[in-house]
Ligand binder design. Structure first.
Ligand code: BG6
Length: 484
């Protein structure tokens, strides 16, 4: 870590992202003593809310989540200041630049703004002399809605910043269990030696939410679940499960192995589109014990929307390690429970010595839970103690118990912001990865369009449309139960 002091500039400093996520995350780093190098945080916005209004909102958020700590509050707020200004105006940025000494200060600039203003901000930063080799910029989704639109955004940044200066956040990469995937796989020979198509039957990645689209419907209706969740979060998880052993833990090495995985995803052709993908849209029902409106009512549009709020996909990776192993991806809103889980289903034993007892042996499975709490369980078979005739029982071995003390203090943003401060890009997505994942997604969308694919209705509070069950049942498999 460099000894230089760091100044964090948050553009969009009075917005929702800054108040709900960024200031609380930075506060938790202060509390954890990880913030020594940060001298100042500036929230820049066109019409800055009153300082007290912003601080009260952050304070409430921290108190509600049990993270407030009176001892750190004064130190933290002492580092915070708010500026009114236009980040696309070089003069406004120059005024900010004059207040810091870039020779002795590392500048981290968080773009908490829509991508359509990235170009203006990048140009203004350059004109104001804020782009020096130590400058880092942090951006996050939506990074385009297709490969072309991402490339449009990227081209504006690419001419001004080197790839090593751009930190593209996917907040799922900051989740404890997602970070643990590399350790689980590459620090334990019992897993690394069987992590391939010889031993693994299939993989499931589920991200289920109980919330609907609520006040984000304008954005959501334009994108749908495939682009909102699969293009980024689910594919990033898939990469960490599927990547080949990297030679070391360097960011470039890991990111290039992830890229190879995305580039090996088999395109889903027009002939296969209806068998390998299912789109769904929630209708009214009961969610969290209360009546929930259907998607169409929630977005309040006269014209019927065809946007999917649920998607299930059978993805395949065309390489040596994963040939013949399907990766079933599933995500949706207004489902029966909030749960994100990866299930690695191992193959059944080749030969059963228990056949006489008519016992069908299920394969072992590894369950890696991301939320609501994190944990790892190995499901295996054990002899039932006692004199009973059926000797086997399925048991869950907790390899990592949910631990309230360990997980409470850092949310994904805090972990990721710390990595930005450390200058480590391992947990950030490279532009090549974004391009490759958009290409795979774009093809699915194009084929949906040609096939006039329908979003099948499902009642709020259920596990999605029945067509998703059919998708996996065709392969004689079933979805893992959404944990309640
Ligand atoms: C965001 C999506 O990226 O992730 C949202 O835009 C979704 O639609 C959210 O609700 C889910 O994140 P988490 O961390 O709550 O699972």
């Amino acid at each position: 870590m460099s000894a230089a002091k760091t100044h964090i500039l948050i553009i969009g400093g009075d917005g929702d992202l800054a108040i709900r996520k960024l200031y609380p995350a930075l506060f938790s780093l202060e509390t954890a003593g990880e913030f020594g190098q940060v001298e100042r945080i500036t929230g820049l916005s066109r019409s800055a809310k009153d300082r007290d209004v912003i601080l009260n909102a952050v304070n409430t958020r921290l108190t509600d989540s049990g993270q407030f700590n009176a001892d750190s509050w004064d130190t933290f707020t002492g580092k915070l200041n708010f500026l009114t200004g236009d980040a696309t105006d070089p003069d406004d940025l120059r005024a900010f630049g004059d207040s810091i000494n870039l020779e002795n200060t590392e500048l981290v600039v968080y773009f908490a703004i829509p991508p359509k203003v990235f170009e203006g901000v990048c140009l203004a930063m350059q004109a104001a002399g804020l782009v020096v080799p130590t400058t880092r910029v942090v951006v996050e989704k939506p990074l385009g809605t297709s490969c072309n639109s991402f490339e449009e955004i990227h081209k504006h940044m690419d001419g001004i910043f080197d790839e090593s200066q751009v930190y593209r956040i996917d907040h799922y990469l900051g989740k404890e269990s997602v970070q643990n995937l590399l350790t689980l796989r590459f620090a334990n020979v019992i897993f690394s030696s069987i992590w391939n198509s010889d031993h693994i039957d299939s993989v499931q990645i589920t991200v289920a939410e109980t919330v609907g689209v609520e006040d984000r419907h304008e954005f959501y209706d334009e994108v749908g679940a495939l682009r909102d969740m699969v293009q980024n979060h689910l594919l990033q998880i898939l990469c960490l499960i599927a990547l080949d052993p990297p030679a070391n833990k360097n960011a470039d090495t890991i990111r290039s192995e992830k890229l190879k995985v995305i580039q090996s995803l088999k395109p889903i052709t027009l002939d296969e589109i209806n068998a390998k993908t299912v789109r769904g849209q929630y209708a009214s029902g009961t969610a969290d014990g209360e009546l929930a409106p259907g998607y169409q009512d929630e977005i309040g549009r006269e014209k019927e929307s065809r946007t999917e709020t649920f998607v299930a996909i059978k993805a395949e990776i065309d390489n040596w390690r994963w040939a013949g192993v399907p990766f079933y991806l599933r995500t949706g809103k207004r489902l029966s429970s909030r749960c994100a889980e990866i299930v690695i289903q191992f193959k059944k034993p080749k030969h059963s010595i228990f056949a006489e007892q008519s016992v069908t042996l299920p394969g072992n499975s590894l369950h890696i839970r991301l939320q609501p709490d994190d944990g790892v369980q190995l499901r295996f078979l054990n002899k039932q103690p006692g004199l009973g005739e059926l000797p086997l029982e399925e048991l869950d071995l907790n390899l990592q118990e949910p631990d309230a003390n360990r997980k409470h203090s850092f949310d994904a943003y805090a972990r990721l912001l710390l990595e930005v401060l450390r200058g480590d890009q391992t947990l950030f997505v490279s532009s090549d990865e974004v391009v490759a994942s958009w290409k795979w997604i774009d093809q699915i969308r194009a084929n949906w369009e040609i096939a006039s694919s329908k979003a099948h209705p499902y009642s709020a509070g259920t596990d999605g449309p029945s067509q998703a069950v059919v998708l996996i049942a065709r392969d004689n498999r079933e979805w893992s139960e959404l944990s309640r």
